[in-house]
Ligand binder design. Structure first.
Ligand code: PLP
Ligand code: COI
Length: 341
C-alpha cells in the first residue's frame, strides 16, 4: 500500500479529507447495514434534530503504525461503551458495540494510505459521531439518526508539541452537577468555545474548569483530563461525576500502577492543593499527555517545579510507556490493542 504524499512531521491537529467514511442510518427503529462511502458531504433536512437542538455526540480515538509495521488502534471497545452512554443520555439509539468496533476497523483499513508511518510523530485520528437527522420542531428527540466515522491524519493537539502549557482558571463553567459533563455531547463543546477563545485571546493555551457547584475543586479542561504528580511521586487525578471519563487517563492510571509501580489516587482534588504538586499534565486521545508548566488564577501564578521547559520526569515516563504500548514497543495489557492489519 503506497502512502499518500503528506508532510507527516509537520501536521497539526486539523481536518484533512481522506478517501472513505462509514455511514449507517437509523430509520423505523433499526440501523441499516451501513457502508463505506466516498462523499464527505452530508445532505439532511434543514430542521434536523442536530441543527435545532444539538442532538449529537461523538468519540475520538487514533490508529497507529507499530514498530513492526502493523496498523492498530487503542481500546476501541471503551469508545463504543462511552458512545453508548452518551446516546442513552441524549435519547439517541445505541449503535451496537461490536458493530462500532468493526466499523472503526473497516474505516481505518479503507484509509490505510493516510495512516502515518511509524516514527513520523503523526497518527490517524478517528472520529465516530451520531446525530438526529430527521426534522423536529417541538423539543423532542428525532426519529431518524445517522452514525458516521471519518478519519484524518493529525500531529500534536497543542502547537509546540511537548512544550509545557499555560492554563487559565476559567470564570466559565464547563458542566453542571447532574448535567452532561460525563458524556461526549457536542453541546459541551459548543458552550466551551467562548471560554477557549477568551483564554486564547489572553495568551493561555487552555482552561482549567472548576466544579460548578462550589468552584473549589479541579475538574478538567475543554478537551482533556488532568493528571498531577505529588512530590513523593503519587499520581493523582480528579474524581467527579461531571468530567469525561477519559480512556487515556484510565489507561495511564493502570500504566502508573502496573508498569511503573507508582501509587495512584482518583479523588476530589481541591484547587488549593495544586500549588503542592510537582508535575501536571493534560491527558486525552488528542492531547496524549501534554505537560502543564503553569496555572494562572486571576493573576496569581502557580508554576510547577517541573517548569516551563520540559515535561516532568514522571509525566515523561507515563508518556513513554503509554506511547510505547500504542506503538508496539512495549507489551500491552490484554485487550488494549485492536489490530487492524
Ligand atoms: N475530557 C474531555 C472534555 C474530552 O473531550 C476528552 C477527549 O476525548 C478527554 C477528556 C479525553 O478522553 P479520551 O482519553 O478518552 O480521549
Ligand atoms: C479527543 O481527544 O479525542 C477529543 O475528542 C478532544 C477534542 C478536544 C479534540
Amino acid at each position: 500500500m503506497e502512502k499518500k504524499n503528506i508532510d507527516w512531521a509537520n501536521l497539526g491537529f486539523g481536518y484533512q479529507e481522506t478517501d472513505k467514511r462509514f455511514v449507517a442510518n437509523y430509520k423505523d427503529g433499526a440501523w441499516d447495514e451501513g457502508a463505506l462511502v466516498s462523499d464527505a458531504t452530508i445532505a439532511i433536512n434543514e430542521c434536523a434534530g442536530v441543527f435545532q437542538y444539538a442532538q449529537t455526540c461523538f468519540e475520538g480515538l487514533k490508529a497507529y503504525t507499530t514498530q513492526d509495521g502493523r496498523i492498530v488502534t487503542f481500546r476501541p471497545d471503551l469508545n463504543a461503551q462511552r458512545m453508548e452512554d452518551s446516546c442513552k443520555r441524549l435519547e439517541m439509539p445505541v449503535f451496537p458495540k461490536e458493530r462500532f468496533v468493526q466499523a472503526v476497523i473497516d474505516t481505518v483499513a479503507a484509509n490505510e494510505a493516510y495512516v502515518p508511518p511509524y516514527g513520523s510523530g503523526a497518527t490517524l485520528y478517528i472520529r465516530p459521531y451520531m446525530f438526529g437527522s430527521s426534522p423536529v420542531i417541538g423539543v423532542k428527540p428525532a426519529d431518524d439518526y445517522q452514525f458516521r466515522i471519518f478519519t484524518t491524519p493529525v500531529g500534536p493537539y497543542f502547537k509546540g508539541g511537548v512544550k509545557p502549557l499555560t492554563i487559565k482558571v476559567s470564570d466559565f463553567d464547563r458542566a453542571a452537577p447532574h448535567g452532561t459533563g460525563h458524556i461526549k455531547a457536542g453541546l459541551n463543546y459548543a458552550m466551551s468555545l467562548h471560554a477557549i477563545i477568551t483564554a486564547h485571546n489572553e495568551g493561555y493555551d487552555e482552561n482549567m474548569y472548576l466544579d460548578a457547584a462550589t468552584r473549589t475543586n479541579v475538574e478538567e479542561t475543554g478537551g482533556a483530563n488532568f493528571l498531577f504528580v505529588t512530590k513523593d511521586n503519587k499520581v493523582v487525578t480528579p474524581k467527579s461525576d461531571s468530567i469525561l471519563p477519559s480512556i487515556t487517563r484510565r489507561s495511564l492510571m493502570v500504566v502508573a500502577k502496573e508498569y511503573l509501580g507508582l501509587e495512584v489516587e482518583e479523588r476530589v482534588v481541591p484547587f488549593e492543593e495544586i500549588k503542592d504538586f510537582a508535575e501536571c499534565g493534560l491527558c486525552g486521545t488528542a492531547a496524549v499527555i501534554s505537560p502543564v508548566g503553569k496555572v494562572v488564577d486571576h493573576g496569581k501564578e502557580i508554576v510547577f517545579p517541573s517548569g516551563m521547559n520540559e515535561m516532568g520526569p514522571i509525566t515523561k515516563k507515563l508518556y513513554d510507556t503509554l506511547t510505547g504500548i500504542q506503538m508496539g514497543r512495549i507489551e500491552a495489557p490484554e485487550g488494549w490493542i485492536q489490530v487492524i492489519k
